[in-house]
Design a protein. Structure first.
Length: 235
């Protein structure tokens, strides 16, 4: 009987990594390459390894793989969490956020956006700026995220999260200061709970969403009251 051949031993650390990695490190990650990667790390990897100067929304969906729903919800919520207010910014990200949440609520296995949205692209530098500005906040939330399955996780709960996300996305679309950030934060927290099956994170996100709703309605109602008073005084 012939003796089994010894396994090849790598000559260096680099060769060991080359033998273990299923894909070359220069290729963009596809859904984390099967690894359990935090959202902040996965987004940073996509930015640093993307080979072209622009990336389309459809390419992002493909790159994020099976975690597409949660990561897309976070991605569309992030721009409204930046400490700046740009007029017209909120509907640009609020509309696709609402579409993604609606598809989650309807139980679609994967997000499918219209062609006119998936073909839209942005510069890799712009995506890098968004990821860089938002990563500290995302990492802070990730420290408290861990699997906590309960009645708030599972496919039925996911559909409820999606329906609630549609309601919050409608608030994000309102082009007024302070009506975009709080509901976007609520969606981002729930999305991270969705990815990790963390019922506590989903509950916290839902509570933040209630606060955001009260704040948004107070701002909209206050502006409406001021407008009515102004018209009354003019007439």
């Amino acid at each position: 009987m012939s003796e089994p051949k010894p396994l090849p031993v790598a000559d260096s650390r680099a060769s060991v990594l080359d033998a273990l990695l299923p894909n070359p490190p220069c290729e963009p990650p596809i859904g984390g390459d099967g690894r359990h990667v935090p959202v902040s790390v996965l987004m940073a990897e996509l930015v640093s390894t993307w080979p072209r100067p622009r990336i389309s929304l459809g390419e992002m969906i493909q790159a994020f793989g099976p975690r597409g729903y949660g990561i897309l919800m976070i991605l569309f919520a992030i721009p409204n969490l930046l400490p700046i207010y740009i007029p017209g910014w909120s509907p640009i990200f609020g509309i696709p956020l609402g579409i993604v949440c609606l598809q989650l609520a309807l139980g679609l296995p994967a997000p499918k956006l219209p062609r006119f949205l998936t073909d839209r692209s942005m510069r890799r530098e712009d995506l890098a700026m968004i990821v860089e500005k938002s990563s500290p906040w995302i990492r802070r939330i990730e420290r408290y995220i861990r699997p906590r399955p309960s009645v708030l996780t599972g496919w039925k709960a996911d559909r409820l999260v999606g329906a609630y996300g549609v309601f919050l996305a409608c608030q994000v679309m309102v082009p007024l200061p302070f009506t975009n950030g709080p509901p976007s934060l609520a969606v981002a927290i729930m999305a991270m709970g969705l990815i990790e099956e963390d019922s506590r994170a989903i509950a916290v996100g839902a509570l933040v969403g209630l606060f955001a709703t009260v704040l948004s309605f107070a701002i909209i109602g206050g502006l409406f009251w001021v407008a009515v008073r102004a018209v009354t005084l003019v007439v």
